[in-house]
Every structure is written in C-alpha cells, then in structure tokens.
Design a binder for this molecule. Structure first.
Ligand SMILES: *Cc1c(COP(=O)(O)O)cnc(C)c1O
Length: 421
C-alpha cells in the first residue's frame, strides 16, 4: 500500500497534486511519500514485536539525507556499505551504535572511520578482511565488534544480478568453513565476535529460501556456541520483495516474514538485526517524467520521455518492470494505446517498456513510474551530461525539494583542464 492516488482525476502524492510539483520542479524528478516510508518501516517493528531487534535500513536503496532523517526519527538503525554511506547516516542523526557496516570490500580507511565513530558492528565477508580489521582496530587501541557473513548456498530464486547467497556469488564465507573462521576470529585480539550475518539476495518473493537459510544459521549459532563463542546477535539481512505491479504472485508480507524469523531463530534468544532496503522505500517513490515526443515507427508507436536510463537504470540493468501511469487519470478503457516507452539516451537499452498498454498520451503529458523509490535516484548517473534527477519529499500537503537539479554549468565546472592544455 502506498500514498500515491488519483484525486479528482489527478495523481496525488499524499495531499499534493503531482502536477503542482512538476510545475515547480520541472521533469524528470523523483517524489517520495513520507507516510509510505513511515508505514513500511513500522511494519518491520510490528513483525518483530516481542523479539529484541533492530531494523537497520539498508540505505543503499535510497540515501537522501531527508529520507534518512525521516527514518532516524523513527528509531531506525542503518546498514551501510561504504564510508560515504556511514558519514551520510551519521550526518542524518543516526547514532553510530545503530549502524552496521556491510560490503565485500571495506578498505582500511573505511574501517578506521567507522571504528573511530564507535560503530555498532562490522559484517565481515572474508578472512583477509578480518585480518585487516584486526590490525586497524589494534592500531586504534579498540576491539571491532563483528558478525561474519556466511553464505548458506541457497538460490534465492530472484534475478541473477541480485542473488547473493549461492556458492558462486562473491559474498560471505562458505557456511561449511564457518567454524574454522570463527575460531580464527576468536584468536585475534582486535576482533570481538558478536554474531552471525546472512543476506541471500534482493527482491525475494517467496519465504522458502529464507527458511532454508535461517535454519542453517540457527544450527550454526548452536554449534558456534558449543565451540565457546558468545553469539548474541543475528543479522538476517534484507531482501524482502515488493509488488512491482505485474505479476499475481505477491511477495510475502513483513508480518509473515517476522513469523518465520521467530520460528527459525527465535529460540536462540539473540538480538535480531534485519536490513530491509527496498521494502521500506520502493513503493514510497515515483519518478515523474514528461512525454517529449510521440514517434511512429514502422509497426509501433514510441513514447520518447525526458527521463532516461541514467535516471532509472533498473529496466536496463535488471529487466525490471515498473508500472507507468498517466498523471492525469485516463477517462476510459477505450482510450488505451500500446507504446514502446524509451528515454532519449543513445543506447538501445534505454528502453523502459515494450508494447506497454497505457492511456493514450500526447506530447507534454506527464507520466509516473511507480515503485521507483528503491535503487532509483541512488543509481542515477550523469551519462549524456544529463543532470542528476532532483528529489522531492512530500508530507501531508507539504512538499520540499530535497535535492536540487544541478545546473549544467556546475557540472562542467567539476572538470579541470590540465596545465598543458
Ligand atoms: C542490498 C542489501 C540489503 C538490502 O536489500 P533489499 O533487497 O533492498 O532489502 C541488505 N543487506 C545487504 C548486505 C545488502 O547488500
């Protein structure tokens, strides 16, 4: 459920007409709904009620300061994957004690920044990384709290580019080697083993892979405890999918996920950490774009939009489906047409949808890509010297620009000419 609805024939973000924002900000832009972000974040708290837990929002899904502050004010922790994200989380008011650091290639410099801030936990992904962290921690005279990410060898049955828990994926250590690695971790004076971490992929639409992975984690926790390790936290990762509007098989609800967590690992009396990203912000954001041209091909009609793959790369990168709806509600079913919907970038993959049935639209009309809040703005680039798409946050009947569109001049000025030119 989200808070983007038609009122009087016009798409609204909560109480604000999208047309009003478009008139002020100009297209393309991302627009987020505070009520939707809040609702989705709180669903996880409800799902894990009765269990000692911390919801660490995976901020790589959408990391604008205003979004992070909205979540920080709700008590969110954060899952970060770079020193940049760590600094963003701290700047938004998230206490370091609620931040976990994931990622397969943390540098020593990143480790130092996070250790100096007294970060809650590192999720380690390899032995070399563990030795590096040990050294950095000893250099600072501290111990680094760590969970080790295990790879349970489970196929999350999601798009191959976002599955992370199979043997061939680069993430974590094989669960079969976990005992050895934990033994080694315990021998390092700069490392304080606090738990186990697992994250098997993104946009999961079935609980079965979670059940498989979490059972393995529960068994491992018991084994590691019997080996003498003080396993007191389980970080269960993120990945719960959202409905993108096409298929009938709806992803499981957070409440069902919470039940599964309690069933599989509840008996261990660990503090549970989860790292949802997509589910918190995915349906809380839309990308609004204008039709530049309606172009007739030999056997089809193309809509050429002012948004492109550099603004929303998911269709090009993951074959992702997004509902695309007119901002002015279509008056009748007969007014539907079929279009190939593309951006203006010089790449054949700059194609948002093929043969998509939507309301007949004309040059200048506004369209909204739904479910664009996660992995949208954060993955945007300036390819083709197109300015990074601005972001807007709505709350009730107020809205604010939370990131301006850069001027072309500013973009050019970032380059420097060497002395010999
Ligand atoms: C990407 C990622 C997440 C979030 O995944 P979602 O599908 O957005 O919920 C959580 N944890 C880790 C380690 C990740 O890499």
């Amino acid at each position: 459920m989200d808070h983007f609805e038609y009122r009087h024939g016009s798409l609204h973000a909560e109480g604000v007409p999208v047309e009003e924002i478009a008139a002020m900000v100009k297209t393309p832009f991302y627009c987020y709904s505070t009520a939707t972000i809040t609702r989705h974040f709180n669903l996880f708290g409800e799902a894990l009620s009765g269990v000692d837990h911390l919801v660490c929002y995976a901020m790589k899904a959408a990391s604008n300061q205003a979004i992070l502050k909205t979540l920080a004010d709700l008590g969110a922790g954060m899952d970060v994957v770079s020193a940049g994200e760590y600094s963003r989380a701290v700047a938004a008011g998230v206490p370091a004690g609620r931040i976990v650091f994931s990622g397969v290639g943390k540098t020593r410099e990143e480790m130092r920044v996070a250790l100096e801030g007294r970060i809650r936990q590192f999720n380690l992904e390899s032995e070399p990384e563990m030795h590096a962290l040990n050294e950095v921690a000893l250099g600072l005279g501290v111990r680094a709290p760590v969970a080790i990410r295990v790879n349970p060898d489970v196929d999350a049955e999601t798009h191959s580019k976002i599955a992370t828990g199979r043997k061939r994926d680069k993430f974590g250590i094989p669960i079969s080697r976990a005992r050895d690695v934990y033994r080694e971790a315990a021998s390092l004076p700069g490392i304080d083993v606090v738990g186990i971490d697992v994250h098997i992929g993104s946009q999961l639409t079935d609980l079965a892979p979670y059940r498989f992975a979490y059972k393995k984690v529960a068994e491992l926790a018991a084994t590691l405890r019997s080996d003498g390790h003080d396993i007191r936290r389980l970080d269960l990762g993120g990945g719960l999918g959202i409905p993108y509007g096409r298929s009938n098989d709806l992803p499981p609800l957070p409440i069902e996920y919470g039940r599964l967590v309690k069933e599989t690992v509840g008996h261990l009396d660990c503090e549970i950490e989860i790292e949802p990203g997509r589910l918190v912000v995915g349906n809380a954001g839309i990308l609004v774009s204008s039709v530049i041209y309606v172009k007739s091909g030999e056997d089809r009609e193309f809509l050429i939009l002012d948004a492109a793959m550099n603004d929303l790369i998911r269709p090009a990168m993951y074959d992702a489906y997004h509902d695309i709806v007119p901002v002015r509600e279509s008056p009748s079913e007969e007014a539907l047409a079929r279009y190939d919907i593309a951006g203006p970038v010089c790449e054949s993959s700059d194609m948002f949808a093929r043969d998509r049935k939507i309301a007949r639209v004309a040059q200048g009309d506004l369209l909204a890509f739904r479910s664009a809040g996660a992995y949208g703005a954060v993955m945007a680039s300036e390819y083709n010297t197109r300015p990074l798409v601005p972001e807007v946050l709505v709350k009730g009947d107020q809205f604010a620009i939370i990131r301006e569109r850069p001027a072309i001049d500013e973009m050019i000025k970032r380059d420097t000419i060497p002395v010999w030119l």
